[in-house]
Design a protein around this ligand. Structure first.
Ligand SMILES: O=C[C@H](O)[C@H](O)[C@H](O)COP(=O)(O)O
Length: 156
């Protein structure tokens, strides 16, 4: 797969490990994060990284910040992005299987390289179980995006 990789300064300590794992697994990597520890804002990096998925340049995004929480929040505000939290193996594959996750957020302050490796293998090895229930629920996620966008537009 083509993977868009994004990190902020807090995610930097885990970023190179993640990049190496992605390459070892045979994926292409487009890197949207900085390689210095100069502070950057995770919403900016998250948008640039996830936008590559929306445009079709990338198949999935992997985001690394300090806790994973900020990148997760930012990603799930971007239309078309469904981001899971990647701190355990089960959640990483389940988010793809049931929720068609196309992004994963990880916290460099929370997990080390060994767990990150297994989480990435789990996320990238998983495919969407597109049965009637999961397809309907993912469609409802899209409905939520549209409803929210309409409400925002009405209040601008
Ligand atoms: O959820 C937010 C992320 O974990 C950020 O990476 C974190 O808040 C950055 O914090 P700081 O600028 O204090 O390193």
């Amino acid at each position: 797969m083509r993977i868009a990789l994004g990190n902020d300064h807090a995610g930097l300590p885990l970023k190179e490990h993640v990049r190496q794992v992605l390459l070892r697994l045979g994926h292409e990597v487009a890197d949207f994060g900085p390689d210095t520890d100069t502070p950057v804002d995770f919403p900016d990096i998250t948008f640039a990284t996830c936008d590559a998925v929306r445009s079709g340049e990338a198949d999935r995004a992997v985001l690394v910040c300090g806790t994973g929480a900020g990148a997760l929040m930012a990603a799930n505000k971007i239309a078309g992005i469904r981001c899971g939290l990647g701190h355990d193996v089960y959640s990483a594959h389940q988010a793809v299987e049931h929720d068609d996750a196309n992004a994963l957020a990880m916290g460099a302050w929370l997990i080390g390289p060994a767990m990150a490796t297994e989480v990435l293998e789990s996320f990238l090895g998983a495919t969407f179980d597109d049965d009637a229930d999961t397809v309907r629920r993912v469609a409802k996620l899209r409905d939520l995006e549209l409803r929210s966008a309409r409400e925002l537009a009405e209040h601008i």
